[in-house]
Design a protein around this ligand. Sequence first.
Ligand SMILES: Nc1nc2c(ncn2[C@@H]2O[C@H](COP(=O)(O)OP(=O)(O)OP(=O)(O)O)[C@@H](O)[C@H]2O)c(=O)[nH]1
Ligand SMILES: [Mg+2]
Length: 291
Amino acid sequence: MGKSAFVAIVGRPSAGKSTLINALCGEKVSIVSPVPQTTRNAVRGIVTRPEGQLVFLDTPGFHLSDKKLNKKLADVARAAFSNADIVLYVVDATRKAAAEEEALAAALSPVSNLMVAAINKVDAKEAAEPEARAFIEARFPTTQILSISALHKRGLDALLALLFSKATEGPTWYPEEYYTDQEPVFRIAEIIREKVMLHTREELPHAVYVAYANSNKEEDGSLEAAYDLVVERDSQKGILIGKAGSMIKQIREEAEADLASIFDYHIKLRLRVRVDQNWRSDEKRLTELIF
Ligand SMILES: Nc1nc2c(ncn2[C@@H]2O[C@H](COP(=O)(O)OP(=O)(O)OP(=O)(O)O)[C@@H](O)[C@H]2O)c(=O)[nH]1
Ligand SMILES: [Mg+2]
């Protein structure tokens, strides 16, 4: 039996948590965009090495807000770090630690003995690594701190070595070729949502969710899958469709290109836009979507 551990990756929105889980797993496990609050679910990524297996949980960025959606996202992050064997705290070296970082650090204090800290984005010219280090050291004096660049895959071998050194003897939960346990229906919806996040502005990225409609397996083994881009208000439909359908076409084409590199069968998407009035205030809908 080798070592194993559940490792929750936590940090502020846009700290680079999803970029990091992808870099560690060597595959696109979780979607990435420059828009804060891209990740909405606890997404699992698996790393199996001769030493054992680490199961990473990517989590939504910890954001202070009274909005229903943000509270749910914070709940997902809290549940993940409360149940993990190891907590990987990602601090963005390019942003000053303000009230949000302070609140996250306070929330992490009960699990400080399980924590490893990674200062991310040290490649960026605006990175202030000593400040980030001082912030962590002041609040978590016994926590080991590494500097990394998730984007340029720097410092990741040292990080994995540190995480394996903290893991204990335990079972291997997944077959060694697994890098995620997500169902294809969810992964496809997420890839589509990533393109929405990348191409829309201001409030719209946050006002969209992607819902599976139906699919058809063709005789040649390919899949035709229909998904709905769901917005909050009628006035948002036009922006997502774009001039003569240009926006939705771009979203579809870019999503299909990504899917081609992930799945070993061809996936053709059919996208529609529909309205689910004020879904972000709908407790039932949020419970379905945020987990
Ligand atoms: N320069 C630099 N940029 C990075 C690095 N890691 C992530 N980024 C960028 O930071 C932005 C946010 O990255 P994500 O991985 O989506 O961040 P996240 O923490 O998952 O964000 P949420 O899911 O919104 O909480 C993207 O534009 C990334 O390309 C890094 O090491 N260096
Ligand atoms: Mg993310």
